[in-house]
Design a protein around this ligand. Sequence first.
Ligand code: ATP
Length: 252
Amino acid sequence: MLRVEKACVSYGRTNALREASLTVNDGEIVTLIGSNGAGKSTLLNSITGVVPLKSGHIWLDNKELTGLPANKTVNLGLAYVPEGRHLFGAMSVADNLALGSYCECSRNRFHSLGYVGWFMRRPSVQANLETVYRLFPILKERKNQQAGSLSGGEQQMLAIGRALMSNPRMILLDEPSLGLAPNLVKEILKLLVRLRDGGLTVLLVEQDAVAALKIADRGYVMDRGRIAIEGTSRELLGDDRVRQAYLGKAIA
Ligand code: ATP
């Protein structure tokens, strides 16, 4: 479904991605692990069009994404939950969710946010909203509350819910468990499995490599901008290099 071939990204003199290649097949959870600064966020940012590639190619199915800006990649079915969530804290939960359907808004040529109230009443948008509220009943309970007043776990649910409002085929998540209590991390990872079982394809960057590999079908280990190791989750969990470098004693 997604294919990244020899992606290179530089920030000035820093080569953040060095010919990184990966594939994600339809209906898989694929995880990207590696130490701090390995280039994981940069790879997600380049797929979603937030940072440009210096060289290399990205395809979604047979359509080339290379060079497309983020507002175009979301229209093609990619939804991104960035590190740090980037919610609009002073806006309500419902309005944050509404913004997640903005691509459908622009598809339908309603470019002004002033139309969102009207737009939200459209059956397709309402259906997405109902799906999000079914997945996260707490968001329905809190729909009129300011996003900034939610707990960390609720904010993460809102960030994922907002991404789902674009009715994506694939969701990319950058460290969704950051700052969450262990039981909430489990909840979020379980949810990703449910979404995958419902047909969504998932590319997950996660600092907790063991937890990520336990739910993923396959994984890639990044090191200094390159893909250093790849394999099925079972292979990676059993790989001595991975165990020593990234998993420590966690699965010993
Ligand atoms: P972490 O797990 O700490 O988030 P990461 O694997 O996601 O790390 P990136 O954030 O992609 O790694 O960073 C890769 C490299 O690019 C690092 O050396 C980082 O310092 C550098 N870098 C990232 N963003 C920028 C930027 N906007 N400007 C300059 N350098 C950057």
